[in-house]
Design a protein around this ligand. Structure first.
Ligand SMILES: C[S@@+](CC[C@H](N)C(=O)[O-])C[C@H]1O[C@@H](n2cnc3c(N)ncnc32)[C@H](O)[C@@H]1O
Length: 220
């Protein structure tokens, strides 16, 4: 989907379908649950900045916005994504009254990124090789003032075959069907996260969550 020669219409439809996949497979739930825990002791009205790295269609940030309103926090939200097309679609899908700042840029590059209390990233790590995952963990550790959370996939036969079936039933875009299956095959096992954290020199919590999510996070 992220290949530059993917036609704009296919990219738009696939990205919108990815947001549907996220809804049906409860992709955001572990992130919102972590945010709940991370902010449990904060009084109502506290100001808090949250950055979503590799924000895609922006659906996670919109869910965080709704969560923040319900939690009565004064959130300042930002999304960063390498793809200018994704940022444009995220912007277009975001209601005008949801104040979210969108930045096009490479998390590994020199894009100036606004500092944030909490940084989350969802369904991104499995796109990276091990060296990049270690770099991402170190980057998160350096940039997040209060904590960070990586939500990703648990590599396992159940979601691998289950997703193929679900994607056919739901008639999701061919790119989403193919990318989704590849993504699950590129997901993680707990021992792999342990090794990656050790290489990064970081101690963090690894948590399995429903729908075969394997998440890593740390509160400072
Ligand atoms: C599978 S999508 C995940 C999107 C969204 N987080 C979600 O859960 O639906 C991966 C995203 O990572 C973005 N991406 C890839 N490499 C990146 C980089 N180096 N810096 C920032 N974003 C990147 C892609 O443009 C794409 O939008």
């Amino acid at each position: 989907m992220d290949l530059p020669d993917t036609p704009a219409a296919d990219h738009a439809r696939a990205l919108a379908d990815l947001a549907r996949v996220n809804r049906v497979t409860l992709t955001h739930r572990p992130v919102l649950r972590w945010l709940d825990a991370a902010t449990r002791d904060l009084p109502r009205g506290t100001a808090l900045s949250v950055l979503d790295v590799a924000s895609g269609h922006g659906d996670l940030l919109r869910a965080i916005h709704r969560w923040g309103v319900a939690r009565d926090l004064r959130l300042s939200l930002a999304g960063l994504d390498l793809s200018a097309r994704s940022i444009a679609q995220a912007q277009a899908a975001t209601p005008a009254d949801m104040a979210i700042a969108w930045h096009t840029g490479d998390v590994f590059g020199h894009t100036p990124i606004p500092p944030a209390d909490l940084i989350v990233t969802c369904q991104f790590a499995h796109h990276l090789d091990d060296v990049q995952v270690v770099a991402l963990l170190r980057w998160l550790e350096r940039h997040a003032r209060r904590g960070w959370f990586v939500a990703d996939l648990h590599r396992h036969a159940v979601p691998y075959y289950g997703f193929r079936l679900l994607a056919r039933l739901m008639r999701w875009h061919r790119i989403v069907r193919i990318d989704g299956t590849i993504s699950i095959a590129r997901g993680f096992r707990r021992a792999e996260w342990r090794a990656l954290l050790a290489r990064a020199g970081i101690v963090a919590e690894i948590r399995w969550r429903a729908m075969f999510r394997l998440c890593v996070g740390r509160l400072k």
